[in-house]
Design a protein around this ligand. Structure first.
Ligand code: PRX
Length: 650
């Protein structure tokens, strides 16, 4: 194994830190020994309209039931806004940094209150009620946060769809949760290029209508002023609407376990699942992890570069930071526009103290050399974070030495859409760091490694990562399909939550996530089900069969490699290859575009017809010395053809 870079906690990190190592060890022991007592105490970090008397009521067995703080009542938008107004009404809640560096603004907590109340009233005016599903398809502008918080204020359940998804993907999500109210913008803007959000929405609404869900109202924010279609009676401008309503809106009383939001995520099979998070446990967990993982202190300027279309944007741009009364920076653009220094310039411009980004962005910026970083100061930085995929030690060391000048701790945070918040992570003042390791579990989290048969592995070991007991931020169900929830997460290893990730634990008890062990691939920190890409490919009328696997990619972490068998008589041409890639883009979105597409006269299958993905993965990696026994294949000769025509020849 390659050398492990260890970085001990520096005196400066410990000096004002919220948690030192002794505190971590004590709190962790308390949290797993007596979760009721531990979370009973920390559950009070949010304000309650009606206090809870029960803390934890969870079971990973049988039908699986997860309830936290169940008899308490509260409201998320109240906790993220109203309760701060007395002390920090004039403090900046959101710093918005536009795609264009000359475009920015600041929104105070007082202003946030008014924006959110007005939009909540607009939704009410159009008949949105507690429990209704509202789809948000927005660029990274403050109105996206207003929309989320407005939903929570009136008890509507939001479902955000990432702006990079196609009309088809948006339609599927609208239809799955029967959402009849959509909030969008005319266009988004990223790296100087417009993204036709309203046009996509119009197309999606048509597709959803055919599937049986009729969208009744679309609120449109004017972002670029670009061309956008209009359906009279259905579409309304945000700026017109908010002028017609009051600037106050009473927050709805929500039970702790009332649904808060749905977020669709890819799995190894079938269409994306609607991950459902509920009100109180989620907020307690998001705000607590935000505070301790980033060692957040009052007055810090905090920036997470994610998009609100992903869970990181939910928990660590909006809900966690705002529940803590923080100043959170929202960035509309991309890391390399207008220059490779953009991230670091924004840090200097707004004096960012805490910066949280993804390894894929770091690897891309690293490729541009140290100069674009070094010409900026970055003096304000105190904590750096990483999320979304394994960070390779080289990128970790670059982040530490070049971006942080060797003086700033890196928190490599492992978690998932399903977990609601960070589960395995260093704490800046407490945890000695090892480049590439997410280190130790957060309070209340009980990781376990098991082998393929479910045997529990002790000590230093390599296995599949499970979590053996519940934490407040955990998803509660798959929207509308509880059986799928139980089947997906609790049936592989009975009584345990199975993460789908492989993981190694070293002799110090540190966890090293090795990546997915199921048919999910992680492209630039975005989760993609191979089955989804395959079904997009076979929906093309010239394709008879397709198989998709991941392969190591220098920047993206993993790339998408697809094998395609064409219908009889169809010629494999360069043009068709391009057409198929474009077809996947249209069906799902640019993030699902195959990086490599190989025409395959046949796919390697067992005699019972099962595709041997192991072989396809090896060929995609250009490593076919260890293909194993292929003699049991229905037609062993297909492998020779696949090898001869492989697209990743080194
Ligand atoms: O494989 C793990 C990887 O991302 C997956 C979760 O993806 P998603 O639900 O989209 O959430 C991403 C943001 C939390 C995990 O199953 N992953 C996430 N963070 C890390 C990671 N892999 C290694 N190290 C991480 N820090």
């Amino acid at each position: 194994m390659s050398e492990v870079h260890v970085h001990r906690v520096q005196p400066a990190w410990k000096k004002n830190a919220l948690i030192d190592n002794d505190t971590y060890l004590k709190w962790y022991a308390d949290s797993v020994k007596n979760p009721d007592k531990f979370w009973g105490k920390h559950g009070k970090r949010i304000d309650w309209f009606k206090p809870f008397s029960k803390v934890k009521n969870t079971s990973f067995d049988g039908k699986v039931s997860i309830k936290w703080f169940e008899d308490g009542e509260t409201n998320v938008s109240y906790n993220c806004i109203d309760r701060h107004l007395k002390k920090r009404g004039n403090q900046t809640a959101i710093i918005w940094e536009g795609d264009n560096p000359y475009d920015d603004k600041k929104i105070t907590y007082n202003e946030l209150y008014e924006h959110v109340c007005r939009l909540a009233n607009v939704m009410k005016k159009h008949g949105v009620k507690k429990g209704d599903r509202v789809t948000i398809y927005m660029p990274m502008i403050p109105e996206a946060a207003y929309a989320m918080l407005a939903c929570t204020r009136i008890g509507a359940i939001h479902s955000i769809v990432f702006g990079g998804f196609s009309p088809d993907a948006l339609a599927g999500r609208i239809d799955d949760c029967k959402s009849t109210f959509v909030i969008t913008a005319d266009e988004g803007l990223r790296g100087g290029k417009p993204i036709p959000l309203k046009d996509n929405t119009d197309k999606a609404i048509e597709i959803a209508a055919k599937a049986g869900t009729q969208v009744e109202k679309v609120v449109v924010v004017r972002r670029t002023g670009g061309k956008a279609g209009w359906v009279q009676g259905r579409d309304v401008w945000y700026h017109d609407e908010i002028a017609t309503v009051k600037a106050d809106c009473k927050p709805e009383m929500m039970k702790a376990e009332d649904p808060l939001f749905i977020l669709y995520t890819s799995g190894s099979t079938g269409k994306p699942k609607g991950v459902l998070h509920t009100t109180a446990g989620y907020l307690v967990y998001a705000s607590m992890t935000h505070q301790y993982v980033f060692d957040y202190h009052d007055g810090d300027i905090y920036w997470c570069t994610a998009d609100v279309g992903w869970v990181t944007g939910h928990s660590y741009i909006v809900y966690g930071p705002l529940a803590n009364g923080a100043t959170t920076l929202m960035f509309e653009g991309v890391p390399n526009y207008p220059s490779q220094s953009r991230f670091w310039e924004v840090i200097d411009k707004h004096k960012v103290n805490i910066f949280y980004t993804a390894p894929t962005a770091l690897r891309a910026l690293m490729g541009a050399g140290d100069e674009p970083v070094k010409k900026t100061s970055r003096k304000s930085l105190r904590v750096l974070g990483s999320v979304g995929e394994p960070i390779n030690p080289e990128a970790w060391q670059w982040y530490f030495n070049v971006v942080g000048n060797g003086k700033v701790p890196i928190v490599d945070t492992w978690w998932q859409t399903e977990t609601g918040g960070i589960l395995i992570t260093p704490l800046p003042g407490a945890t000695d760091l090892k480049a590439g390791s997410a280190t130790r579990p957060f309070f209340g989290v009980k990781p376990q490694l098991v082998d393929g048969e479910g045997k529990v592995l002790e000590g230093a070991a390599d296995g599949n990562l499970c979590i053996t007991d519940s934490w407040p931020g955990q998803m509660r169900t798959v929207y509308g399909d509880h059986d799928r929830f139980v089947q997906t997460y609790f049936s592989t290893y009975k009584g345990k939550y199975f993460t789908g990730d492989g993981c190694r634990r070293d002799a110090d008890g540190y966890y090293w996530i090795t990546g997915r062990v199921d048919d999910v691939i992680n492209v630039s920190g975005h989760r993609m089900g191979t089955a989804e890409v395959e079904s997009a490919l076979v929906s093309h009328d010239k394709v008879s069969e397709a198989a998709v696997v991941g392969y190591p990619h220098d920047i993206k972490g993993q790339g998408i490699y697809s094998y395609v068998t064409l219908m009889k008589g169809v010629e494999p041409t360069e043009e068709l290859r391009k057409e198929l890639v474009a077809h996947v883009r249209k069906e799902i979105g640019a993030i699902a575009s195959p990086d490599k597409l190989q025409f395959a006269p046949g796919l390697p299958k067992t005699r019972s017809g099962k595709i041997m993905r192991r072989i396809l993965r090896k060929i995609a990696e250009d490593d076919f010395s260890t293909l194993g026994d292929t003699s049991t294949l229905a037609d062993p000769a297909v492998v020779d053809d696949l090898i001869a025509n492989r697209q990743n020849k080194k």
